[in-house]
Design a protein around this ligand. Structure first.
Ligand SMILES: Cc1ncc(COP(=O)(O)O)c(C=O)c1O
Length: 387
């Protein structure tokens, strides 16, 4: 095999435990579980799966997804098929939202810190990115109001991750979600809510998605859902949840009108939903990730008492604060020497903030590797502090 053209994004070195990448682990991919869904396409001679898709996506999937979400505890109301557009995932949804609703030089507000890879999408669209300070619940409302005021209301888009934030793991309260929607209505900006982790809760469900809470008449929210974290990223499919008039904009966008989207994946996911494969898989993921999260928390408390963190309630990540004098980028190098990887906090900031923070992912490695990984991190940490 030629490493120049790898099959997957993730690259790992032998003997190194990866706590850096936010990808699901290989042994959790539902290859065998999806076999009946894939087989059904052949058994039923579902030839439409190979044709250009319907404009809004593969029709049966729009219906099965609307039912799946409507029955989900964390959605709290019926989600109609008219409120859904099928796309390639949360990243694609954001890219398309930028294409449709922003222009070069427009201002987009983002949480500080935020998901670092999304930044490039905003840069690709030549947007002016302005960070908004956060606390344990995400974007701080007072700061947000001040920033909007200082920009004289000249804000086009607000990107946020309300549930199980990447990297903070935080969940935004219902009150804060509602307040941000009020601000969007008042100042006429669009909220792009990245809900990639919304369905991965390990205790109580998070408050409803931002689009579910959107009480405006013409719509001020697009909620970006994804099958990447609940089924498999290689399926490369997701959805936009919004008011029907905004869904129409996605449906009528140029690239969609010209090429539609991935009908083959759409047909597989539709059958996976109807056969209960998706819900069974989500339950399995939640149980597995919950135990990995608990192991990581216990190992951190035992081996690195200096590491401060809030216990996440879902998603993939621990956001860890070390004492002020710790340089997480130096720690990253020492950790790699010990055979474990991490993401330094500055990677998630547009302003080089969070120099003494790190993000650890508990989704990619299994419990043995997580325990050993934290042990190695502790060795690196104590080497660092002892000079
Ligand atoms: C916050 C967030 N949004 C989006 C994505 C990517 O989602 P998708 O595969 O649906 O584009 C990730 C992946 O790590 C993520 O953490």
């Amino acid at each position: 095999m030629n490493d120049l053209f790898p099959k997957i994004m993730l690259s790992r070195s032998d003997g190194v435990i990866d706590l850096a990448w936010g990808h699901p682990s290989d042994n959790l991919h539902p290859l065998n579980d999806l076999k009946p869904a894939i087989d059904a396409i052949f058994t039923n001679q579902e030839i439409s799966a190979l044709q250009y898709s319907g404009y809004q996506g593969y029709g049966p999937l729009i219906e099965s997804l609307s039912q799946y979400l409507s029955e989900e505890k964390s959605y709290t109301k019926t989600i109609n098929p008219e409120e859904l557009y099928i796309g390639y995932g949360a990243s694609h949804g954001l890219d398309l939202a930028c294409t449709l609703f922003t222009g070069e030089g427009n201002t987009v507000l983002v949480e500080e810190p935020s998901y670092y890879l999304v930044r490039q999408i905003l840069i690709d669209h030549r947007l002016n990115i302005v960070g908004v300070p956060t606390d344990s619940e995400g974007m701080q409302i007072e700061n947000l109001e001040q920033i909007i005021e200082s920009l004289k209301g000249d804000v086009k888009l607000l990107y946020l991750i309300p549930s199980f934030h990447n990297p903070m793991g935080s969940v935004m309260s219902l009150e804060r979600r509602e307040k941000i929607i009020e601000l969007a209505k008042e100042h006429d900006f669009l909220i792009a809510a990245d809900e990639a982790y919304h369905l991965l809760y390990y205790g109580d469900p998070p408050p409803p998605t931002m689009a579910t809470l959107d009480n405006s008449s013409t719509g001020c929210v697009v909620s970006l859902g994804s099958f990447s974290k609940i089924l498999a990223p290689g399926i490369k499919l997701g959805w936009v949840q919004s008011k029907p008039n905004l869904v129409d904009k996605f449906t009528n966008s140029g690239s969609n009108f010209s090429g539609g989207n991935n009908n083959f994946a759409g047909a597989i996911v539709d059958i996976a939903i109807r056969k209960g494969i998706l819900s069974k898989h989500v339950t399995r993921l939640k149980n597995t990730y919950k135990s990995r999260m608990e192991i990581m928390s216990a190992a951190l408390k035992t081996h690195i008492p200096d590491a401060e963190f809030l216990m996440p309630q879902g998603g993939y990540y621990f956001w860890i604060k070390f004492p002020e004098e710790i340089d997480a980028m130096a720690l990253e190098k020492l950790a790699l020497n010990e055979g474990v990887t991490l993401r330094p906090g500055v990677a998630f900031s547009g302003q080089s903030l969070f120099p003494n923070y790190i993000r650890l992912c508990f989704a990619l490695s299994d419990i043995e590797d997580i325990s050993e990984g934290i042990h190695r991190l502790a060795q690196a940490y104590y080497k660092y502090v002892s000079g």
